[in-house]
Structures are given as C-alpha cells and as structure tokens.
Design a protein around this ligand. Sequence first.
Ligand SMILES: NC(=O)C1=CN([C@@H]2O[C@H](COP(=O)(O)OP(=O)(O)OC[C@H]3O[C@@H](n4cnc5c(N)ncnc54)[C@H](OP(=O)(O)O)[C@@H]3O)[C@@H](O)[C@H]2O)C=CC1
Ligand SMILES: Nc1nc(O)c(N)c(N[C@@H]2O[C@H](COP(=O)(O)O)[C@@H](O)[C@H]2O)n1
Length: 221
Amino acid sequence: MHVVVNAAMSADGKLSSRRREQLAISGDEDFARVDRVRAESDAVVVGVGTVLADDPHLTVKDERLRERRRERGEPETPARVVVDSSGRTPTDAAVLDDAATTYCCLSEAAPVDRRAALADAAELITAGEERVDLLRAFAALQEAGLEQVMVEGGGELIFSLFEAGLVDELRVFIGPTIIGGRDAPTLADGEGFVADFPELALEAVDRLDEGVLLTWRVEDR
Ligand SMILES: NC(=O)C1=CN([C@@H]2O[C@H](COP(=O)(O)OP(=O)(O)OC[C@H]3O[C@@H](n4cnc5c(N)ncnc54)[C@H](OP(=O)(O)O)[C@@H]3O)[C@@H](O)[C@H]2O)C=CC1
Ligand SMILES: Nc1nc(O)c(N)c(N[C@@H]2O[C@H](COP(=O)(O)O)[C@@H](O)[C@H]2O)n1
C-alpha cells in the first residue's frame, strides 16, 4: 500500500479557521491537481471530524478523469473511507451516497445502532477497542484491494497516521492567506511529537495559483 497525505494549509499552517468550517485555501490549479490525485487513487480517506465539518463528497469532479478511470475498468470515483471510532458519520452524509463504495472504519466501541444505521450505506471495518487502530484498519483496506491511498485530512487523522508510520508521501499546498487562531486545525494536531519526529525528504517544489506545492517523501523511522 502507498499512502499519500494531501492537504492545503494557509501560510501560517492552518487547515481551516477556529470555526472549523470548510475554507477554500487552494485555487483552481490546485483543486484541479487534487482531482487528478483522487483520480489516480483507489481510496480517499478522511477522519470523521472532516465529515462533520465539511460534509465532503470526495468524488472525482472532472468528467474526463472519470471516463479514463472507466476505460481502465475502475469505478469512476475511488472508494471513500471515513475513520470514525463510534460511528458518528450522519446517515445523510454526502460521503455515504451511491457515487462510490464507502468504508467506515469503526472501533469496537461503536454502538450497535450506529453500526446498523451505517451498514446500509457503507462497508464496515472494525479495528481497535476505543479508537480506530489505524495499522489494522489500513491492513483491512489493503486486503480489500485498496493499494494507492490518498488521505485528505484533517489534522487529527494526519498526526495519527504519521505516528503509526503509515505515511509514504506528503503533498501540501501552502496558500496565500493567514488564518491564525490557536485552536484552528493545523496539518498535524493530535498529541504532537516530543521525540522521534518523522523526517521528510523534499522531492519537489512547484508554484501553483498564488501559492506553492511541496512534495515530501517520508523517511523510514
Ligand atoms: N485544508 C485542507 O486540506 C483540509 C481541511 N480540513 C479541515 O480540518 C478540520 C477537521 O479536522 P479534524 O477536526 O482534525 O478532524 P479529522 O478529520 O482529522 O477527524 C478526527 C477524528 O477522527 C476520529 N478518529 C478515529 N480514530 C482516530 C485515530 N486513530 N486517530 C485520529 N483520529 C481518529 C476521531 O473521532 P472519534 O473519536 O469520534 O472517532 C477524531 O476526532 C475541518 O475544519 C476541515 O475543514 C480537512 C481536510 C482537508
Ligand atoms: N486540497 C484542498 N484544498 C482546500 O482548500 C480544501 N478546503 C480542501 N478540503 C478537502 O476537500 C474536501 C471537500 O471535497 P469535495 O469537494 O466535497 O469532494 C474537504 O472535506 C477536505 O477534505 N482540500
């Protein structure tokens, strides 16, 4: 499995404002690039915090990219994955529509009624007691045939994936704005590292829109 984290942050490192409402940090060029990365992926992953904040669809938007996927014998949009320990994903969430297969990665703590509600619209994977065990969940996704995986966020999930050593590549678009706010989500939140910081090797720097795309490879830890 190859895991790419792709996100957009402001020049001061925020993914959105303290209100946690969806903000367009990317410009047209970067959103088009994100669409291409989705189209090259078998799955697009987010945490339930992003589902609750943004109600994302996580589909491939460009019809030509969808057509190319169909020509390759792939579903026109990759699978969607929500990491959601207790099954908080609303049943009317856009990510649960029939545009693609959706996997909900739950923990054993997810109540039976939430499991039953989500099972109608999603494939359920259970890994971990209280919180989703990402190593086990991603192993199950790989067993389901998902090899090229794109993670879009948010900051809690991205931190945990680095902590678990699951990230192969980080692509971050830095947009031309300052958001600020000590409680605004950043690229990697969670507990934070105090030692054994993941190390990154810079692979590319590209100017896009009025910002810059940085592509990093994650060094082995
Ligand atoms: N600019 C950008 O590119 C992007 C911005 N965003 C923004 O980010 C914000 C949402 O980010 P955030 O609040 O960090 O939420 P996340 O999307 O990272 O989801 C975090 C939640 O996932 C669940 N979870 C389950 N297992 C784990 C685990 N092992 N590790 C981490 N999380 C786990 C937890 O909820 P539970 O305990 O209930 O399971 C946790 O609170 C929104 O404001 C959104 O707009 C999001 C994506 C991209
Ligand atoms: N790459 C990127 N740039 C931004 O400026 C963003 N706000 C995001 N957000 C991510 O895209 C999801 C929305 O997807 P749909 O358009 O609904 O398919 C959102 O939930 C974030 O994950 N990304």
